[in-house]
Each structure stands twice: as structure tokens, then as C-alpha cells.
Design a binder for this molecule. Sequence first.
Ligand code: CP
Length: 310
Amino acid sequence: MSALSVPHLLGIKHLTREDIELIFSTADNFSTILNRRIKKVPSLRDITIANIFFENSTRTRISFELAEKRLSADVVNFSASSSSVKKGETLLDTVNNILAMKVDMVVMRHPHVGACDFLAQHIKANVVNAGDGTHEHPTQALLDAFSIRQKYGKLEGMKILILGDIVHSRVALSNIYCLQKLGAKVRLCGPPTLIPKNIESLGVEVSYNVDESLAWCDVVNVLRIQLERQKDSYFPSLREYARYFGLSMERLNKLDKHLTVLHPGPMNRGVEIESKVADHPNHSVILHQVENGVAIRMAVLYLLAANPSD
Ligand code: CP
């Protein structure tokens, strides 16, 4: 297979296993190029991409912009905080004005679930979801799975634990879809208040026992406590969360095996993850995830550019 089955990347839910494997094999090639002295290729010359961010971002925004520039695309960046959105302009008006300037692809992060799907239905450009509310963050899940595949050579049969604030996390849902499509077993762990009801219907296991879950898994993906999305108190205090659900060296040292640790960032050091774990040279692949993000986003943009939206 040499083409994606979709013209947009709205969520991992819409991708086939073959789509994901094509993205990975394309990212393998871009990863090789990114390690050369000359990192730029002409693949998206004459393509214009708008990065539209209605929510804060460090990794995703820089990573998409770098990926676009490495592919020789023309790039425009739009931040809601300094735009006419502040004067009441609608999402569709904003994007249509940008498209009137002949933009071919839109990468968008938005606080509302479904905003990227809405956009894809109304504009003639490829849309890439860079995170929509608590729904999906597909390129994060792709780079997470790619990083696991890089370390173990496979996803099939791997046991992956997702630990932390699942209920507010778009990374969790995209990871669940992505890992399961690639044949991995997925377990969720965290306080009962931070695990959505009936999530088992997606085929995942749920546990509230951190140490037993760490003993079960090969890889743990630690998720951030999303304080900005929490309107209620989901646990008594950050100190208590760190004690009962935080990933510490003490917990890792109790295991009679090596465990690989991922975190999508940004991290709350000392809350969901201890600094010694986050910075551990053997356990942590957190900066490899960031590095792989550029190759994965290059692959996604390159493949979508070959599938114009009608
Ligand atoms: N992982 C992630 O989405 O990070 P940013 O919010 O910094 O983009």
C-alpha cells in the first residue's frame, strides 16, 4: 500500500492498521533524513500549510512547523490569542479567510471535541487534528507507538499501561485505538475518579493498583494531571496523588524487570512522575518521543498531500 485511506487525519479511530504501518515506514525514511547533515527535502514544495492553534502548545506546534519546513512547505502560523477570534470571529470564518489566501493544509488544535471534524466537513483542504479537547491527539499516539516499535521492534503482543488522568486525556483515547490496531494489549490505571465509566467497552483492562499494573506491563505511558481541565476535585491533593499514583524510582526498583517509560509532556514533575524517572537514561524515552514526533509529522503531511480533499 502506498496511499492513506483518508484525506484528513482527524483521529486514529478512522485509520486502518495498514495506514498506521504506512505512516511508520514513511517516518522511518524521514527519520534517516533527519539524522543527516542536510535535513531538508523538496517533497512539499509549492504546498502551503497553516498551523492554527486555539490552545497552548510547545511540542506539537514546534514539531509540526519543523516537519513542514523540513519538507520545504510554505508555513503560516496562527495563534487565536493574537487574532480576530478575540473580536468574535467564528472558527469557520477564520479558517475560510486563511484558505482564501490559497492554503492547502490546515493543522489545528482546538479546545472543543469535534472541531477538526467540523472543519474538514466545511473546507477544501486537508485537515490534521493536533488535539481536539479531550477527544483525540492522533500524531501523539502515532509517535508514542513509533517510539515503542523503535525500542522493541514490534507492537504485536506488547503490554502497555496508560497511567494517570485518563478522563481528561486526548492522548489516552488515541493511544488506545493506535496500540490495539497494532496488536498490543492495553491496560488503564489511575484513581477511579480519573478513569471514564465503561471504558472497558473499548477492549482495555482497568486497574486501580499501580504496583500490580507496573508488574504486568512492558511499557508505561504516564499521563499528565490536567489541572486546567478539572472543574471538580478528583483527588484530595497533588501530594496524595504523587504518593499513590505517581511513578517513582522506588516503584521501578521493586520490579524484577526493565520497564520503558513514556510521557507525552508537558510533565508535572513530582506529581505523576518523579524527576529521577523522567530523566533516567535507561527507563525514559521521553526525548526520543519528541525527536520521533518530527519524522511522524513529516510522514503524515507527506502522505496526506497525496490525497487532496474534494
Ligand atoms: N504532547 C503535547 O501535545 O504537548 P504540547 O501541548 O506542548 O503540544
